[in-house]
Design a binder for this molecule. Structure first.
Ligand code: 5CA
Length: 166
């Protein structure tokens, strides 16, 4: 009788495995896809996923100018954050941290920053435009890795406040 051939566990980069674990801890089961092409920008991710740019979740770190606190804004790939409007929502003027600070705060490199599982968690806001879709795609800890998720589940899992951010 032929030996049964077991499919090997697909091996995920460690940073992606970390995101899967973080999702599990939040009650979310995610299935990241490692894409053959870059998903580093919202445009590239949309092309790789075959979805609208608006369905891509950008995970953007901002810093409060007064407090130095970090904020995580989950923004539709089609939108640009209106920093003045966002500042009114968050209660302080916002700055963009440099890549080094983003890496320290999240534990991930820009282009692959996931919406949760950060080294230091930040309060989360979610662009209400993402809620128009049944499915959106977010980065999974690596510049070639993304995962699909119901935006309502993403909002619930991250404890995000939905808001108009653009
Ligand atoms: N993987 C894609 C789609 S999910 C992704 O991560 N897109 S992103 O928009 O969330 O990440 C790229 C963002 O990082 C850019 O929009 C930009 O706001 C920010 N960024 C790029 N370079 C720097 C930098 N040097 N310092 C701080 N932020 C940067």
């Amino acid at each position: 009788m032929p030996e049964e051939i077991l499919a090997p566990e697909p091996s995920l980069p460690q940073s992606v495995a970390k995101v899967v674990e973080a999702a599990k801890a939040l009650g979310l089961s995610i299935a990241p896809r490692l894409m053959p092409a870059s998903t580093r920008t919202a445009q590239e991710a949309a092309a790789a996923c075959g979805c609208a740019v608006a369905q891509i979740v950008k995970s953007l770190i901002f810093t409060g100018a007064a407090t130095g606190r970090t904020y995580l804004l989950l923004v539709s790939g089609a939108n640009r954050v209106d920093e003045k409007a966002a500042a009114r929502r968050l209660g302080e003027t916002l700055k963009r941290p440099d890549a080094e600070r983003v890496r320290e705060t999240t534990g991930f490199a820009i282009g692959g920053i996931p919406p949760f599982g950060h080294a230091t968690p930040s309060p989360v806001w979610l662009d209400e435009d993402l809620l128009r879709f049944d499915l959106v795609w977010a980065a999974a800890g690596h510049p070639n890795a993304v995962f699909p998720v119901d935006p309502k589940q993403l909002a619930r899992a991250t404890g995000a406040t939905a808001a108009k951010l653009n």
